[in-house]
Design a binder for this molecule. Structure first.
Ligand SMILES: Nc1ncnc2c1ncn2[C@@H]1O[C@H](COP(=O)(O)OP(=O)(O)O)[C@@H](O)[C@H]1O
Ligand SMILES: [Mg+2]
Length: 389
């Protein structure tokens, strides 16, 4: 339930000088005041408060950069009610605008651009990533290049046929996709009468189309991808390690810590649902323990080494993404695959990670955001102090 008090009557919260002020940024909504995952926002506010850090939700509309105080939302302890109050101006703005479409609105773009130019405010997570840019960025570095499957922009049938000569399965993915929407796989089974096989991700499970010529395959792909109106990438298909015939992949959460360094907050595993071409939980996939899964395939000794390798890969990849995207990041989640030979592959990174359901990862992920905020605040103060002496 929501309670909206007139701003004139609400109390103002004060900030401690030695602490940052954290605003969770989202977009206004006509019906429910603001959008986004409310339980995530509530967890963030509770974590911030437990550390004595003023934390509130603010909408693009209410975040007036020149104003001395800001109208924000918080949740009453022990209640499910969101209330509006005046808050000090943020020193950290944590971008949690939930949808790409929202971030594409001109007034939102303008505000984010203005925020990123402010020297007194640190903006975390400037924008969503795009799958094609991610591959270009990771291609620029020798180490990160070794983790990426061969990827091309799907511009014409020639791209498809030349990749199919090298790889027996391809993944076709919209560059701005999420949760498996619009993903297809292509494979060629030369021994069959209709050798080309296209599998399309559906709500639950997948649909298969077969044809005898490249021409027909291409026409079907064009028709199917037109539904989304998004450019696609074509990517080498990786034969993921599998348990009971179900492939699985790893979800790593990488965040900056209280020393300003990238650190792994945790790794989860997602096992594919029956007849699904992806591992997403809403598509019948399920959560499992990465160590148990890997031990059952590679044995205990190898698993230790592999987890170490995955951790190293995740951190190296995060650093390269931050370097290439030219904006300050505080966290990202990553979908990584391990193939049947134990090689680690990168599928994508998300700049606004979804909540991890594993409690040990969840708790750490909340704390880290504030630890990194505190680190930045201390850094700023020491620079200020240094300048005065
Ligand atoms: N090249 C690939 N080879 C094998 N499996 C893949 C490949 N690309 C994606 N997948 C599977 O599909 C899932 C979804 O792909 P992803 O790139 O994360 O798209 P989305 O943005 O829809 O989550 C991955 O987590 C992985 O299980
Ligand atoms: Mg994904």
């Amino acid at each position: 339930m929501l309670l909206k008090l007139p701003p004139a009557k609400v109390e103002a919260t004060e900030a401690a000088a030695d602490k940052p002020v954290v605003a969770i940024l989202t977009i206004e909504d006509d019906i429910q005041l603001f959008r986004g995952n409310r339980s995530n926002f509530a967890d963030l506010i509770r974590t911030g408060e437990s550390l004595g850090i003023v934390t509130y939700v603010v909408t693009i509309k209410h975040l007036k950069l020149g104003a001395p105080r800001i109208l924000g939302f918080s949740i009453r302890p022990g209640e499910e009610t969101w209330v509006q109050s005046w808050y000090p101006r943020p020193t950290i703005v944590y971008n949690r605008i939930p949808q790409r479409e929202d971030e594409r609105q001109p007034h939102v773009k303008k505000k984010l651009a203005a925020l990123s130019r402010r020297p007194d405010i640190r903006l975390f997570n400037r924008r969503f990533f795009n799958k094609w840019s991610l591959f270009q960025w990771l291609n620029e570095n020798k180490t990160t290049k070794s983790y990426i499957p061969e990827t091309r922009k799907l511009t014409d049938a020639y791209v498809l046929s030349s990749l199919l000569k090298k790889h027996k399965t391809l993944y076709l993915k919209p560059v701005r996709g999420k949760a498996g929407v619009g993903i297809m796989t292509v494979s060629v089974q030369t021994e069959k009468k209709l050798p080309y096989r296209l599998q399309m991700q559906e709500e639950k499970g997948s649909r298969t189309f077969r044809c005898g010529t490249m021409r027909r395959l291409w026409d079907r792909i064009v028709k199917q991808s037109a539904n989304l109106g998004e450019p696609y990438i074509a990517q080498q298909g990786i034969t993921l390690a599998a348990v009971n015939n179900r492939p699985f992949d790893l979800r790593a959460l990488v965040q900056k810590n209280g020393y300003g360094q990238w650190e792994l907050s945790g790794i989860g595993a997602r096992v594919a649902g029956d007849s699904s071409i992806t591992t997403h939980v809403p598509r019948g996939g399920y959560i499992d323990d990465p160590e148990n899964l890997l031990v059952s395939i590679f044995g205990k000794e190898q698993t230790g080494k592999m987890l170490f390798k995955v951790q190293g890969a995740a951190i190296t990849i995060a650093k390269q993404i931050e370097r290439s995207c030219h904006s300050r990041l505080c966290e990202m989640s990553m979908d990584l695959g391990v193939d049947t030979d134990g090689h680690v592959w990168f599928f994508e990174a998300n700049s606004k990670p979804m909540k991890f359901d594993e409690p040990h990862i969840r708790n750490k992920s909340l704390e880290r955001i504030f630890q990194y905020s505190q680190y930045l605040h201390r850094l700023k103060q020491s620079v200020k102090g240094g300048a005065g002496t």
